[in-house]
Design a protein around this ligand. Sequence first.
Ligand SMILES: [Fe+2]
Length: 180
Amino acid sequence: MATSMQPARADDAAAKALATPSDLGEDATAAIAAELNKLAADAFALYVKTKNFHWHMSGPHFRDYHLLLDEQATQIFAMIDPLAERARKLGQTTLRSIGHIARLSRIADDDSEFVPPAAMLSELVNDNKAFTSNLRVAHEIAEEREDVATTSILEVYIDESERRTWFLFEASRGADRSGH
Ligand SMILES: [Fe+2]
């Protein structure tokens, strides 16, 4: 996504003003925080998409799907603050705006006026699966730098993401193409 870059000097000044001491070293904290910030942006986008489908659900399974997506949205939203604050604890900066989220997120928007229920579920299966893969990448980067606090947070989120994928997959299995 196109973006205007801040001047390097402003970035340096911000980094200095917001620095938090960490024994992990600048290279490690920068690499880990870059992953954490992408994940926090993904979580924002996945939260909005899950709520979008919660709000625009239709069909005979409305109640089940509507409630499932609400439960999942709550779980996704709860990840954002710990991910962002983990970056700050490492002495790095985190998300600042909707524009920043859009630049970092790897979750595709779905602006469609109408999405059939079965398509909603399969889209979310794929998004949650991709999110899990990105959690694993971040986990590997944190593990290489011996950041056990980050790895332990991410381990819980990997489990939760796999649970969301499981529920979405099972809920979508019996549905015909329209889900009606
Ligand atoms: Fe709701």
